[in-house]
Design a protein around this ligand. Sequence first.
Ligand code: NDP
Length: 285
Amino acid sequence: MARIIDGKKIALSIRQELKNDVAELEQQKQVVPGLAVVLVGLDPASQVYVRMKKKACAEVGITSFSHELSSETSEVELLKLIDQLNQDPMVHGILVQLPLPSQIDESKIIEAISPAKDVDGFHPYSAGQLMTGGPGFWPCTPWGVMELLRVEGVDPKGKSAVVIGRSNIVGKPVAMMLLAAHATVTICHSRTPDLAAVVRQADIVVAAVGRPRMVKGDWIKEGATVIDVGTNRLDDGSLCGDVDFVAASERAAAISPSPGGVGPMTIAMLVKNTIVSAKKSCGLA
Ligand code: NDP
């Protein structure tokens, strides 16, 4: 039976460490990290995510500045707000909750955020830095995946890693991070023939698809580590991951559940990026 990778517990211990960092920063430099959280519209899932992020910030002592805008907000209005937040010295990180309403071009908004405050790590500059191995903010979910591996003592070096999904926010960046950690990486997607056969070769599987329990237990190599990024809502309202957790647990050496795996890590890494940005603003990082 696989060891369960408890993302909730790992994220909690990270947040506890970060709380000390915030206290130290305030003591040494009288700087309180600030995160601007921008929500446009009333998407219920986005409202839940934003609430969770603000709660996590409050717990560690980060100030969050909430901007809840109507679903009618224009692109120009949102760009104006981003510009103000870019200039605001109290704001060290800017989070624009996605998705945005259709009248707003998401890529324009992401590109308007100053890379110095891009704590979500979605700006093309941050993506380029990740690709070329330079300094910059790493996107939170893929970084959370890497932290789970690190804390669990799973070193990707020399291992075969298969990432299922090639989105800009999860699949591609996590593949880059695994590559930087010296894994041999294969990225799969909806056009990959015989996905099962590819996954069966993997020492590390990262599933980021968005299809409930698509990855079957018998796709998993004996002794592999499985990280399930998928968060899927079922008809009965419950959540499940992209991996058939029960069956995969019989073969994997370690597996992260969903919920309770990557989700809490995403928020912890957002908090961490915001603190790093605040430290950088006063020359401490
Ligand atoms: P996207 O929809 O942007 O990407 C999904 C990827 O899965 C695409 O690359 C797609 O391929 C691929 N895919 C779809 N169907 C198949 C298939 N049958 N076989 C192989 N590959 C397939 O999703 P995201 O990357 O944004 O999110 C993925 C999952 O992770 C979702 O469940 C999401 O909710 C979750 N998530 C969780 C987060 C957390 O904090 N825990 C944060 C972000 C996401 P193609 O490119 O060919 O279309």
